[in-house]
Design a protein around this ligand. Sequence first.
Ligand SMILES: Cc1cc2nc3c(=O)[nH]c(=O)nc-3n(C[C@H](O)[C@H](O)[C@H](O)COP(=O)(O)OP(=O)(O)OC[C@H]3O[C@@H](n4cnc5c(N)ncnc54)[C@H](O)[C@@H]3O)c2cc1C
Length: 395
Amino acid sequence: MSNNHDVIIVGGGMVGASLAAALGQANLRVAVIENGDAPEAVAAEAEFGLRISSLNLAAVRLLEDIRAWPLIPDARRCRFRRIEAWDEHDSRGITFDADALDLPEFGYFVENRLLCHAVWQRLKALPAVTLHTRTAPQALRHNGDQAELELASGKTLTASLVVGADGASSTIRDLARITTVDHGYQQRALIINVATRLPQQDVSWQRFTPDGPQAMLPLPGHRASLVWYGNPERTREREQLDDETLRDTIDREFPTRLGGVEAVLGRASFPIRRRHARQYSTDRTVLVGDAAHVIHPLAGQGLNLGLQDAATLASELIATTTRSGDPGERQVLARYARRRRPQVLAMIAATEGFHHLFTGPAPLRMVGNAALGLANRVTPGKRLMMRIALGLSPG
Ligand SMILES: Cc1cc2nc3c(=O)[nH]c(=O)nc-3n(C[C@H](O)[C@H](O)[C@H](O)COP(=O)(O)OP(=O)(O)OC[C@H]3O[C@@H](n4cnc5c(N)ncnc54)[C@H](O)[C@@H]3O)c2cc1C
């Protein structure tokens, strides 16, 4: 049987699109199925979008490899060179400085929509990639060396492998009958874009409180993205405040080092959960990104993990096809899972540790707060936190 494609990727978000670009560049025949529209260009003078991600250097390297990074204008990406974390009682906390590690920076803050648009620009330029928007899969079958995907548009596509890159509520995961382990935190994250009185600094900070962390992600110019975790009811109440009242509340409740807020420019809130697929692959189907794992965003590592899934899977699939192998073969998918699962489990354990140490019962919080001060002095503790911030395996 001859397949229309080598790989079908369902989900053209940041992870699926990056994987498609890496494979398309190596001349694998790829189809991308996205149930939304192609991402739109963002005007140079537009305000920053609400969804911002911290990208570590490994993620930037992948985006450079697929030549999407230069398509993100300098004026809209914000490099950070320092990370600070402290608790509400002790402002000494822990500090990381890129200089001390001879690194040019720790990473960048970038709008998700801009990143997605940049990667799609690359996809449109790759002849080996076919894009199908506004359609979704309805049925998935496999037959010998063929996976068959039936779309809502009525088309049926065939390939050696189907990749589920369709996010936390993945349809491909369901169609492949892969189950998940789920955990709901009693928390929501309120994201607030603000105009700040102070100019942008190259530091990202986080203060831990018993209700959840408060974080400041710098953006270019007098702009910042604040993330305020809290119990769902209180977060909903804050989200409903008018702009001026919300601004005054931030000025009152956020650390003084924010330097004050001129104006609230936008806000949205998101539920916080953890979800982990019990397996990453089954017959001719494999999962990447949030379809495989959703983690607490407090360490800002979900997308970074997903992009590493994409880089790892791309390297396995390209190596296999270069020696005329079958990219959907069980051993190839097992190798990918073996390389990724321990990294993801270690990151889940680390983010869980942070969450419980700083929002758990008072005795545990005391341990967390002491650990933060201690970690600043004790090299192994600091090294562990550093590895998490850089998106390296904590192990
Ligand atoms: C508050 C918050 C802050 C975060 N901050 C950070 C951060 O600073 N750094 C970081 O690394 N991570 C961060 N994350 C995590 C990060 O946003 C996710 O890990 C990342 O967006 C996952 O990308 P993805 O491409 O796997 O999935 P998604 O971004 O969900 O993309 C999935 C794509 O699939 C499409 N799709 C869905 N269903 C179907 C279907 N049935 N058929 C076809 N297409 C479909 C969707 O339209 C979408 O385009 C944060 C998360 C939250 C909630």
